[in-house]
Write a protein that binds this ligand. Structure first.
Ligand code: AVW
Length: 249
């Protein structure tokens, strides 16, 4: 009997897991008006369905990016690295900035896991490779591709929230350093404004060695600024919507 129940439970979990991604995708997509979410789903699916889950390249998502292109939001674009929570607590509550995760594609896929399997037309949400299990996994390649496309349209004064509680706030292996900064273009961008988020336990400031590397990476024409800002000050701005964006730091 125990084995029987176990088999039923496993079968049900399996069914749920293979069928859960699309409804979530469509529901989140429909929060954005004026898009054909079924068409965007098809463009998404074609990237990884039937593929070896360790052999999905960034390029596989080109049709998806074309189906839901990023629109430039000059002076409001926010990049981040190792500051996911504080950034999104802020952008959720205030309209000052736009992160990748606030765009259609970013918000639809945030926190989700997916992959295909050779010889199958299904989408799987369990048994998929983890972020570092192999380089060309469907989830990692999506975030790499989407980040590249988001950085391609960065314009005007751009902000980046980096983590002042770690020794290397600008880490060469991060998406921000390895993909986004490399695509910042001075014909569209005026400046990069680093907000170095500090806590009591802060170990770095704007003179940090990795931030020197960041400056070197930037195009000649892009001005660089850095400001140390206490996390509590950012949280205060998140919870006080009457405070103007420009007065947050
Ligand atoms: P991050 P990034 N295992 O905080 O600059 C699982 O380092 O890279 O910032 N998931 C991982 C791993 C890992 N080893 N490494 C990264 N991730 C996932 C898009 C995880 O979901 C935006 F536009 C983590 O929260 C930002 O400017 C997320 O990647 C920039 O790229 C970020 O890792 C942030 O990427």
């Amino acid at each position: 009997l125990i084995i029987f129940i176990l088999v039923i439970v496993l079968a049900l979990t399996y069914r749920q897991n293979t069928e859960k991604l699309k409804p979530t995708f469509i529901a989140r997509c429909e929060e954005f008006k004026g898009y054909d979410c079924e068409k965007i789903w098809s463009a998404f699916e074609q990237a990884y369905v039937g593929q070896d889950p360790c052999n999905v390249s960034m390029g596989a998502y080109d049709p998806l990016i074309a189906a839901a292109p990023f629109r430039p939001a000059c002076n409001r674009m926010m990049f981040w690295s190792k500051t996911k929570k504080v950034v999104h607590d802020f952008t959720e509550k205030r309209d000052c900035f736009l992160t990748l995760e606030d765009t259609l594609l970013g918000s639809v896929l945030d926190g989700l896991t997916w992959c295909g399997k050779e010889g199958s037309s299904k989408t799987f949400t369990t048994g998929c490779p983890g972020w570092t299990d192999c380089n060309n996994n469907p989830v990692r390649s999506f975030w790499n591709r989407a980040s590249a496309a988001f950085a391609d349209v960065a314009c005007g004064d751009v902000t980046a929230m980096l983590n002042g509680s770690i020794i290397t706030p600008f880490s060469p292996t991060s998406i921000f350093a390895s993909i986004e900064v490399k695509r910042f273009n001075s014909t569209r961008m005026r400046s990069l404004n680093v907000v170095l988020v500090t806590q009591e336990s802060t170990v770095t400031n704007c003179t940090n060695a990795s931030l020197k590397d960041l400056q070197k990476e930037l195009d000649e024409g892009i001005k660089y600024n850095c400001k140390e800002v206490a996390e509590s000050q950012i949280q205060e701005c998140s919870s006080n919507p009457e405070k103007p964006c420009g007065a947050c730091w």
